[in-house]
Design a binder for this molecule. Structure first.
Ligand code: ZN
Length: 517
């Protein structure tokens, strides 16, 4: 209630009379997020429809908006509003508490980095990306090495300015996985490593083996696109609040929950490539379409972490999309769209889309070996940031660990340490998110199973809404209210553990490949 004005009015009383500092803060943050979404739209356009010659002007547009976002978010005015809101706003309200906690975190991180450093990273990153592309094309690591060294130097400075306790890497990891540290990730991965190696070896020697050519029969793009669209719709992707387009690499861009855009690419000789990328991106998109509208533009209306985001895409792609119930429903639909595929047998198809084996390239890896690719990258980048591994020794260390973990060695660096874009963008600490996504997904799906006893039967009938509604209520609607480990505890009643993921893999693949339990 408003209180009559007067010289002796307390701060809290004044707060109730007009807009509170908290409301003003949220208003400003929403404007900044709107600006960011304009930058996202420019990025989406760049990768889908922009003519090639538009690149230079696009870079200017994006840089201008990025600078404006940084300036506004780190302004003294916003800092003062945040401080005032922290003093007077009602933190018993979990929405207010969450928004203030996360804005404080983001603000502190942003103001600790001088504009000079932010600019140097952007410039070094642009040069490194170009050098990486050339180096990969020629498989010439030495061409990329000085750029990698420069980015490491800058990112170490970032870590030192942000602050860390156990090791520098923690500060970089924290950007993608708030609250996580290298030691914790190491412990989680240590539980995975021997079991993933053992399962991969067992599958290699299994009596039953997939026909890897099965998904490679000709499938015209128009038919693939029609099937993908129908499948995305059945998964719950809202086409009145999203689009599906084509790009060189599949991705998801969310402007707001009412405008979420996904992309895929098509290969007439490999239907699986497009199909599973669509399910994956739909998984990301369903998260973005699932925030509460009233929280849009605030921490309560966004994702928990990169790993949690990835858990949604992996859950739909792998636990649902590569399962028997899913294809009991969708294989007959696929046969309708592609008459050449009429003879495709469900068991053969399931084995083919769950083919497991050591491979050189992370993005083409199966569910079982994928984690080994991540463990390798996590170990190397942790040592690079910590200074135990010299840049010049990366190719040798990479190949050595490929031999240890997967039993194969890349013939060249293009298919080895130069294959991923992440390090060329200075994104050290990003890789663990992918495997955390797999681990979270297994834990969440097991909880969904307990909550929805009819889940398999529903999926086999093509009824995917009950699972989506469960994810909406358990995860999407909470925004950033909980950190990842806390959210898992709330939703599953368990601590974060690699065991459900291992149980899922062992159960599924031993059955598929006819191995002893
Ligand atoms: Zn993803």
């Amino acid at each position: 209630m408003a209180v009559p004005g007067g010289a002796g009015l307390e701060q809290a009383e004044r707060e109730t009379m007009s807009k509170s500092s908290y409301e003003m803060l949220i208003e400003q943050v929403r404007e900044i997020r709107t600006l960011e979404s304009i930058e996202s739209l420019l990025g989406w356009d760049q990768q889908t429809y922009m003519p090639k010659c538009g690149a230079a002007h696009r870079a200017n547009q994006s840089a201008l908006i990025a600078a404006s976002v940084h300036e506004r978010f780190t302004s003294a005015e916003l800092g003062a509003l945040l401080e005032q809101a922290e003093r007077v706003a009602d933190r018993a309200d979990p929405v207010v508490a969450t928004n203030l906690r996360e804005l404080r975190r983001d603000y502190d991180r942003a103001v600790k980095l001088p504009t000079r450093l932010v600019r140097e990273i952007a410039e070094a990153g642009a040069l490194a990306f170009e050098a990486w592309q050339a180096a990969r094309a020629r498989s010439d690591f030495a061409h990329f090495a000085p750029h990698l060294a420069r980015l490491l130097e800058l990112k170490r400075e970032v870590a030192d300015r942000i602050g860390w306790q156990q090791e520098r890497y923690d500060a970089l990891l924290d950007e993608y996985e708030p609250g996580e540290c290298a030691a914790g990730i190491h412990e989680l991965f240590a539980a995975l490593r021997p079991q993933l190696v053992a399962l991969t070896t067992a599958i290699q020697a299994a009596p039953r083996q997939p026909d890897r050519e099965l998904p490679r029969r000709p499938a015209p793009v128009a038919q693939q696109a029609a099937f993908n669209r129908a499948m995305a719709d059945a998964l719950g992707f809202d086409f009145t609040a999203g689009r599906l387009d084509v790009s060189a690499h599949p991705f998801t861009t969310a402007l707001c929950p009412q405008d979420v855009r996904i992309t895929t690419r098509y290969d007439e000789r490999n239907i699986a490539d497009s199909l599973f990328s669509v399910i994956h991106e739909v998984g990301h998109a369903l998260y973005e379409q699932g925030y509460e509208p009233r929280h849009v533009g605030t921490p309560m209306g966004t994702y928990v972490s990169f790993g949690l985001h990835e858990s949604q895409s992996r859950l739909w792609e792998n636990l649902v999309g590569r399962s028997r119930p899913f294809w009991q429903h969708f294989l007959p639909r696929l046969r309708e769209v592609l008459p050449d595929w009429v003879g495709t047998d469900l068991d053969d198809w399931l084995l083919a889309i769950n083919a497991v084996g050591p491979s050189l390239v992370r993005v083409a890896a199966d569910e079982v070996t994928y984690g080994l690719h991540i463990i390798l990258r996590f170990e190397l980048e942790r040592e690079l940031v910590g200074g135990q591994l010299a840049v010049a020794d990366v190719p040798e260390a990479w190949n050595e660990r490929m031999r240890e973990l997967l039993g194969i060695v890349p013939p060249d660096d293009a298919q080895g340490c130069l294959q991923d874009v992440h390090w060329s963008m200075g994104a050290f600490g990003y890789f663990p998110s992918y495997q955390l996504g797999n681990i979270y997904a297994a834990q969440l799906f097991a909880a969904a199973r307990r909550a929805l006893p009819e889940l398999d039967a529903q999926i086999a009938r093509g009824q995917l809404r009950p699972l989506l509604e469960w994810l909406r209520g358990s995860i999407h609607r909470h925004g950033k209210r909980y950190r990842a480990r806390e959210l898992l505890r709330v939703v599953t009643g368990e601590e974060l553990s690699a065991q459900p993921f291992l149980d899922y893999l062992n159960g599924k693949y031993r059955r598929l490949y006819g191995l002893e339990a």
